[in-house]
Design a protein around this ligand. Structure first.
Ligand code: 4NP
Length: 171
């Protein structure tokens, strides 16, 4: 997602590690992942070292804020994602991001199709960074109810910690 202001969807220095979360619409799961991971980066004083963004493989919601249910559930847990705006993933993202992490297998498959042959970063799923949880995908909550949105936050919180530890060990 783009920040409403200023425009920020590229690492500001080449030494920053770029992390991009990708779902379908960029209004539920990936902005939630962006908000949770950005919070972790901030409280660990790593915002100079790690750049965080999110995008969708679909274009239907481009320019829109996160789904009201995602905003509400995230805020209940202490994450304000209201300033984010949806954008569609682009081939150019592969030149900008060291980690491109899909929230589910369908979106990973879409990314594999546009991945440049020489991409040397990590393209994969987010949840394997939480090996103790027995799931590989964050289910799409869009047609669900409150508990589906709560589950999105629960799963992402677990994986975000594992992801930060993984990246920090390589800084
Ligand atoms: P997301 O959820 O991929 O987690 O942002 C969805 C949002 C919108 C739609 C599907 C999933 N949609 O079909 O519009």
């Amino acid at each position: 997602m783009n920040q409403a202001s200023p425009d920020r969807h590229s690492p500001s220095t080449s030494s920053q590690v770029g992390v991009l979360f990708v779902c379908l619409g960029n209004i539920c799961r990936s902005p939630t992942a962006e908000g949770i991971f950005q919070h972790l980066v901030n409280i660990n004083q790593l915002s100079d070292a790690i750049f965080v963004d999110s995008a969708g493989t679909g274009s239907w919601h481009v320019g829109r804020p996160p789904d009201a249910r995602s905003q509400r559930v995230a805020l209940q847990r202490g994450y304000d994602i209201s300033q984010l705006r949806a954008r569609q993933v682009a081939v150019s993202d592969f030149a900008k991001f060291d980690y491109i992490l899909a929230l589910d297998g369908d979106n990973l498959a879409s990314l594999e199709k546009i991945k440049p042959r020489h991409y040397s970063g990590h393209l994969g799923l987010l949840l394997p960074f939480a090996p103790h949880i027995n799931r590989r995908e964050v289910p799409d909550p869009y047609s669900g109810d409150e508990k589906d949105f709560q589950l999105v936050v629960d799963l992402i919180q677990e994986a975000a910690t594992g992801l930060l530890n993984h990246i920090r060990a390589r800084l």
